[in-house]
Ligand binder design. Sequence first.
Ligand code: SF4
Length: 369
Amino acid sequence: MKVRSIIDKLYKENNATSEELLFILNNLNPEDKEYLVEKAHETRMRTYGDKVYMRGLIEFTNYCVRNCVYCGIRAENKDADRYRLTEEQILECADLGDSLGYKTYVLQGGEDPYFTDERMVSIIKNIKKRHPKNAITISLGERSYESYEKMFKAGADRYLLRHETASKELYDKLHPNATFENRRKCLGDLKEIGYQIGAGFMVGIPGQTNEDLVKDLLYVKELQPHMCGIGPFIPHKDTPLKDYEGGSLEDTTTMLALIRLLLPAVLLPATTALGSIDPQGREKGIKAGGNVVMPNLSPTNVREKYSLYDGKICTGDEAAECRKCIEGRINRAGFKVEITRGDNVTFAQENNIDQKPEPVNNINLSFVK
Ligand code: SF4
C-alpha cells in the first residue's frame, strides 16, 4: 500500500476503507501531505471554486448545563463570567452583520435552558422579519425533536452539532452526564426535520488515537452532513484538561483535507481555533480545502467571556474590523469572499435555492481603519 495511491483513490472515488485511511494517518510524510493538500484544493475548486463564505457568529449565551471536560464554559467552572444577550442585542448584531455583508448568522451558545423554545422562536422570527433572505444557523446543543422542529418552522435553516468524537469510549470520558447515543440521535433528528446539518470533531484531544480519527472520518462519510467543523483541541486553564498538550495545525489540516476528499460538497470552516494556534492557521485551513470562515459579530464586551479555550483570537476587534481583516487574509491566500448565504452546493441544487451572490460594492467598509 502506498500513501499516494490511496490519496489518488480518494480524489477519484471520494472513498476509502478504514485500513486505507489509517495507513495514511500512520505514514503521512511532508511530501505526501503536500500532495494531499493539493488534491483537496483541486476538489474544492471543482465544487466551490475559489469562493469562501462568511458566517457572522453571534455568541449569545455562555451559560451551559453541561460539563464537557475540555470546555471553558462548562457548568462547573465557577470562574466563568456568565452573560446572556437580550433579544434586542441579538437583533442589533444581526442588523450590523447584514450591513457588513454577512448573509448567514450563526447563533451559538451553551446549553442554556433560559433560551426556551418560545424565546428562540421569537428571536428567529424577528431576525427573519428584518432579513428574510439571510440564513440562520443555530448551535445550541442537544434539544428535543419538538424543540428542533419548532425552531425550524420559525425559520432556522441550519443546525451545528459537532459529534465531537466518533469513539464511544472517548466520548463517554469527555462528556459526563451525556450519552454518545443521544448525540447521534440529535443529528439524525435534525436531518430528518430538514435542516442543513453540521457535524464535526476535535483533533488532538487527550487519549485520541489515529484509529479514533478514522472513526470520525467514516462517521462523517456515512452521515453526509452539509457542514463539518473540525478544530484542534486547545486546553483551557479552568478545565480538568488544562495541563494537556493541544492538537496541532498539521494534524488538523490533514483532517480537513481528508474530509474535503471524502465529501467534496461539504461546507468546511477554517475555524477560529485553527487561527488561534497559528497566525496563518485559517489561511492554511482554507488552502487544505476549507471554504467557510466565521468572524465574530458579538458585542466586544462579551467576546472574552465566550471562552471555550485559552488564547482565542479576535476577542478585542470590532465586527467591522474583523470583517475587513478576514477578507484581506482570504484575498492574500488567493481566494475570494462571496456575499451570499453560502448553502451547501448539493442542498441548494436539490432545493432550488438561489445562490446568486450580491454585489460586493453594496458593502461599505471604508470607515474601517
Ligand atoms: S462544549 Fe458546549 S455543551 Fe459542552 S460545556 Fe461547552 S458549551 Fe456546554
